[in-house]
Design a protein around this ligand. Structure first.
Ligand SMILES: [Zn+2]
Ligand SMILES: [Zn+2]
Length: 129
């Protein structure tokens, strides 16, 4: 599943942008939604992880009307082999985090893998024939 293309532009309130800029790299004045494409409800991007306890993380949720900051429990989802945890919040819409791929990042990785195959063994496994 591709990642949602929801973008939060810097038309968000200034204090939100300040928060985002400190905690995450705010590139080109926007933050990208981390959920899977065509999800229900608000877009979401994690601001910071409250990793002191079992708790969760602080998320920015937004829609056409505005942005709100909210603390959400972590999604308990893990892959069957327990190699990957979801990374999203509990009861999130759409697919778990490990099922969501950023098509841009994916395209860049494939291009790099073509030039530096030894650095990206995971992209060469299905090139057997
Ligand atoms: Zn979204
Ligand atoms: Zn999940």
């Amino acid at each position: 599943m591709d990642q949602c293309t929801g973008i939060m532009l810097t038309t968000a309130p200034a204090h939100i942008i300040t928060l985002l800029a400190v905690v995450r790299e705010l590139r080109a004045g926007h933050a990208l939604c981390e959920l899977g494409e065509k999800h229900d409800g608000d877009h979401a991007t994690m601001l910071w992880d409250e990793d002191a306890g079992p708790g969760g993380a602080v998320w920015a949720r937004w829609d056409d009307r505005g942005v709100r900051i909210t603390s959400l429990d972590r999604c308990p989802g893990v892959t069957a082999d327990e190699e990957n945890a979801c990374g999203l919040f509990a009861d999130h819409p759409a697919a778990h985090g490990w099922e969501v791929t950023d098509p841009t990042k994916e395209a860049i990785s494939r291009e790099l893998a073509r030039n530096h195959p030894h650095l990206f063994p995971e992209y060469n496994e299905d090139d057997g024939g």
